[in-house]
Ligand binder design. Structure first.
Ligand code: ADP
Ligand code: MG
Length: 535
């Protein structure tokens, strides 16, 4: 035994323990939820975010707001993470997931105040989340993948309340068409839908191109601006004189020798260009460079060419035109070429684009967004991403649920009923879980200037009377059958949101010790030992 104090950690470590740690984390997480709350639903407001470099984003999208806010608090960061997961898994519902998690924690705090141990709350929440999955399976509606009308409605619901509002019917149609076009044996890869932006015309001019749009111009003005019945070579080798990787010295002792050397190089280029021409190609997209001499030769032959096309675009071009990307001149033949009805250079205000359209059965397509300013175009792009996400998700699961808070109220009702079969304290946690779900319809009401308590009371009584599709229709500000009002959401948006929200709430509830070096930056969190098996 010595009298020396035991030093575990350096002095600049900040440590918060027990109740303080718990309350501090809960508060931070609730603040995140509070922040995005006003943007929920079709009547939600937008936020203007200004970056340190004065870039401005105007958005209504939960995950975008949180990502741009540079949140530092570790518990708050966990909330941002679930929004990101929601975004990558479903593509929509990012505000909702954060709000439910925030409300779960707020309600947990009430239970903590009543001296209910966090383990009990964690257990109750876990049971409730699992029950919700079961209830969602029971209540979700099965759709047919051929029912484009329903899919359009799902897309429209997710695009409501964004800047896309006025054109959402047209946009929803574009979304469904695009996904149906690229669907391959039931598989959907949203990377096959290119989103290209053009500043100038209004958002209503946004269009679906059955092919690809490149933000590139042809490399020479002497090339044609329009090629009909395009036969397209996709090459990823350079059409230029070989520049040696290492410095080389060529000894030349007479003008004839120099001329000879240049002639030889020219001959090689000519040969290459001739080989490309011999395949019948009248359009060339090259991933690497095309030098002046090749350019001249192609122009003379009336070929349309773009150079330094991004690899991702090359892959999309291959999928759209049916061509193959060739990496060796000797492998290029007529059968490797892709086809399109039209390849054309198009100018929108200051930008030049190359349209490759009229592809026969393109497995990659482009949504070309038009809009007056960059900010609008960016927000429309986010709306499209939401729409694409929800339609893809609905096609994957073939299940949808009623929106406008209807599903949340029905889940809460059934959850409470189920809770009655459980014993005392867990029942309290289940009750709080149910009331956290009701936070969605009450906020939808609040953001539209309606009385949240009136709305909640009416919704509950309708659901008690068996009207399980009764929800808040914010087109009419009435409580009615939201399926008939065409407010429909994908099933996955809810399963994912409820699961993630419960997980993060439980994770935060289980923390009773925060150890932070320098007070910020790297942070270690210790989880309550008794609770380790819970998750
Ligand atoms: P999130 O980021 O969670 O998707 P949104 O701002 O997109 O947040 O709002 C989604 C919520 O708005 C969902 O609960 C959805 O049911 C609801 N909603 C969408 N359209 C309507 C409508 N016309 N009337 C009422 N609620 C609607
Ligand atoms: Mg949404």
């Amino acid at each position: 035994m010595t009298d020396k104090p035991v030093v575990l950690m350096p002095e600049d470590i900040q440590r918060i323990m027990g109740k303080d740690a718990q309350r501090n984390n809960i508060l931070a997480a609730r603040m995140v939820a509070e922040m995005v709350k006003t943007t929920l639903g079709p009547k939600g407001m937008d936020k203007m975010l200004v970056s340190p470099t004065n870039d401005i984003i105007v958005t209504n999208d939960g995950v975008t707001i949180l990502e741009e806010m540079q949140i530092e608090h570790p518990a708050a960061k966990m909330m941002v993470d679930i929004a990101k997961t929601q975004d990558s898994e479903v593509g929509d519902g990012t505000t909702s997931v954060v709000m439910i998690a925030g409300k779960l924690l707020e309600n947990a705090e009430k239970l903590l105040d009543q001296k209910i141990h966090p383990t009990v709350i964690v257990k109750g929440y876990k049971i409730a989340a699992e029950k919700c999955q079961e209830l969602l399976n029971e209540t979700a509606l099965r759709i047919s993948p051929d029912d484009d009308e329903i899919l359009k409605q799902v897309a429209m619901t997710s695009m409501t309340g964004k800047s896309a509002e006025n054109s959402k019917e047209k946009f929803a149609e574009i979304v469904v068409k695009a996904i149906k076009q690229i669907q391959n044996n039931g598989k959907i890869d949203l990377n096959d839908i290119k989103i290209e932006k053009s500043r100038g015309e209004g958002i209503a001019d946004t269009e679906l191109i059955s092919g690809i749009v490149l933000d590139k111009e042809k490399i020479s003005n002497d090339m044609p601006s329009l090629v009909n019945n395009a036969r397209i070579a996709l090459i990823d080798f350079a059409l230029e004189l070989k520049t040696p990787d290492i410095e080389t010295k060529i000894s030349i002792s007479s003008p004839e020798q120099l001329q000879g050397f240049l002639n030889q190089e020219e001959r090689l280029i000519k040969e290459m260009v001739n080989k490309v021409r011999a395949t019948g190609a009248n359009v060339i997209f090259c991933q690497k460079g095309i030098d002046d001499f090749s350019q001249y030769l192609f122009s003379r032959a009336g070929v349309y060419a773009c150079r330094r096309v991004a690899k991702s675009d090359m892959e999309k071009l291959a999928k759209a035109t049916g061509g193959k990307i060739v990496s060796n001149i000797n492998e290029l033949s007529s059968s490797e070429l892709g086809d399109a009805e039209i390849v054309e250079e198009v100018k929108h205000s200051d930008d030049s684009f190359t349209y490759i359209k009229g592809c026969r059965n393109p497995k990659a397509v482009t949504i070309l967004i038009h809009g007056g300013t960059g900010h609008i175009i960016d927000e429309i792009e986010r709306a499209f991403k939401d729409g694409l996400g929800v339609v893809a998700s609905s096609l994957k699961t073939k299940l949808v649920v009623p929106g406008g808070g209807a599903i949340e109220i029905e889940l809460a009702r059934r959850l409470r009923h189920f809770g009655q079969s459980l014993s005392g304290r867990e029942q309290l946690a289940i009750e709080e879980f149910a009331s956290a779900l009701e936070f969605i319809p009450t906020t939808l009401a609040e953001n539209a200037g309606l009385d949240p308590i009136d709305v909640l009371t009416e919704l509950k009584s309708k659901h008690d009377a068996g009207e399980r599709n009764a929800g808040l229709n914010l087109f009419t500000n009435k409580i009615e059958n939201v399926l008939e009002a065409r407010i429909i959401e994908p099933y996955k948006i809810k399963t994912q949101a409820i699961n993630s929200a419960a997980e993060v709430a439980n994770m935060i509830l289980r923390i009773d010790d925060v150890i932070a070096s320098n007070g910020k930056g790297k942070t270690g969190m210790k989880i309550h030992p008794e609770m380790n098996e819970e998750f």
